[in-house]
Design a protein around this ligand. Structure first.
Ligand SMILES: Cc1cc2nc3c(=O)[nH]c(=O)nc-3n(C[C@H](O)[C@H](O)[C@H](O)COP(=O)(O)OP(=O)(O)OC[C@H]3O[C@@H](n4cnc5c(N)ncnc54)[C@H](O)[C@@H]3O)c2cc1C
Length: 385
């Protein structure tokens, strides 16, 4: 986030220090490699280990479990800065933190003691398995089954588009038991679970997506995170709320990257005897980008502050922030490619990657249309109409 923006939002000393540290990490270890990771469609272990070594994967885990115990705004800062550098890497922080949050919030004491320290250190990578071939926006239509057998549940079904599913160690799986959705923690090495990588995605190409096949996969009842009836309504929704918040800040980061790239290029590139920055139509794109980025950051900051105050309105503020920030980032990325002309369409500049990644942001964690529906309902409820 550039200096002029920081002045409009209040940050604690700890949050400001957190930004300095993660920004240095992103500038040194992430930004210049993101295009290569995108082309390779893989995230190197070394950068995941570096992220883990700095404690970032334990951002939402409590200190007693070895986590950072970050508040929502500090977590937002991490996502903002990682999003500025590489949305694929930021998406690891997103899904892993969704699992950390869910285990911390909904897990039994035994589950918290068993999993949180490993998740906090990054020794165990978590992933979120809700979507299926026939169940996307309508999460209540999942078809994966969990059949009770003695002290276990037996899982059968297919989970699709699982971010970092190729390398995750612990899956939060949503399934139906006698028709009612439950949530189970499933270790990757359980018999009957297969991780099948998905390649050739449009954006966040290094996020190592996988399809997870569950065939007679027996999971002990002690791994039950949400009993039947509470899987989607409670656990998935609260995890998705944090996922949306993470993606929203990640989009602020993308928009910031777009703004910096556009400012630099429009200053250096000359056409019709003047730098692009002097042409009024270019100035319009840059000014829209500046305002969109700032508005997105303010919405995210507001949602974070409400989360930290445990304000129940935080849920809708987060939906608003995700909806707006993903669209602002998409507009900014499209204009950034426009400003770069043919160079923007080439592999010589990172802006094409930013554009591809923003399309994903408008689809994941509730598509723009799903947020529009929820926000309109909310507007009517608030109005009392
Ligand atoms: C890169 C990537 C990573 C992902 N990671 C994960 C993950 O880790 N875990 C996981 O569980 N899932 C993951 N997903 C899946 C993601 O959550 C879904 O793509 C998302 O929920 C949308 O579902 P869908 O793609 O099936 O689209 P659909 O639900 O089929 O929707 C298709 C289109 O119709 C629109 N639409 C749907 N319903 C309505 C309606 N009522 N009114 C108007 N328009 C509507 C949608 O907005 C969309 O534009 C990922 C997806 C991608 C692309």
């Amino acid at each position: 986030m550039n200096g002029s923006m920081e002045s409009t939002m209040e940050w604690t000393e700890q949050q400001a220090r957190c930004r300095e540290e993660i920004r240095a990490f992103v500038d040194e270890h992430v930004r210049s490699h993101a295009d290569a990771w995108d082309r390779a469609e893989a995230m190197p272990c070394a950068v995941i280990e570096a992220l883990a070594a700095r404690g970032y994967l334990g951002s939402l885990a409590p200190p007693e479990a070895g986590g950072r115990g970050d508040d929502a705004l500090a977590f937002g800062v991490l996502n903002d800065e990682l999003g500025r550098g590489c949305s694929s890497l930021r998406s690891l922080l997103t899904v892993h933190s969704m699992v950390v949050h869910a285990v911390g919030r909904w897990g039994s004491r035994a589950q918290r003691e068993r999993w949180l320290p490993r998740l906090a250190s990054g020794a165990t990578l978590g992933a979120f398995c809700l979507s299926e071939p026939a169940a996307g926006s309508d999460a209540s239509s999942i078809e994966t089954t969990a059949v009770e057998r003695g002290d276990a549940y037996v899982l059968d079904g297919r989970k699709r588009w699982v971010t970092f599913g190729e390398i995750a160690d612990l899956f939060m799986v949503f399934a139906r038991s006698n028709g009612a959705p439950l949530a189970l923690l499933v270790e990757a090495d359980r018999a009957g679970l297969t991780q099948r990588p998905i390649r050739g995605m449009l954006g966040t190409r290094a996020s190592m997506l996988a399809e997870i096949h569950l065939s007679g996969c027996e999971v002990p009842k002690e791994n039950l995170l949400a009993k039947p009836g509470f899987g989607v309504s409670h656990v998935a929704q609260s995890a998705l709320d944090w996922g949306r918040y993470s993606v929203a800040w990640g989009c602020v980061g993308i928009a910031e990257a777009c703004l910096s790239a556009s400012l630099r290029y429009a200053d250096e590139r000359r056409q019709f005897g003047a730098p692009l920055r002097d042409h009024q139509l270019i100035r319009r794109m840059i000014s829209d980008m500046l305002v969109g980025t700032r508005a997105a950051a303010l919405l995210c900051w507001n949602a974070g502050r409400m989360k930290d105050r445990r304000d129940p309105r935080a849920l809708m503020e987060t939906s608003m922030a995700k909806y707006f920030a993903s669209q602002a980032a998409a507009r900014a990325a499209s204009d950034t490619v426009q400003i770069h002309g043919a160079n923007g369409c080439s592999a010589d500049f990172p802006v094409a990657r930013l554009l591809r990644d923003t399309k994903v942001m408008e689809i994941i964690e509730g598509s723009s249309q799903i947020h529009q529906i929820a926000l309109t309902d909310h507007a009517y409820q608030s109005d009392g109409a």
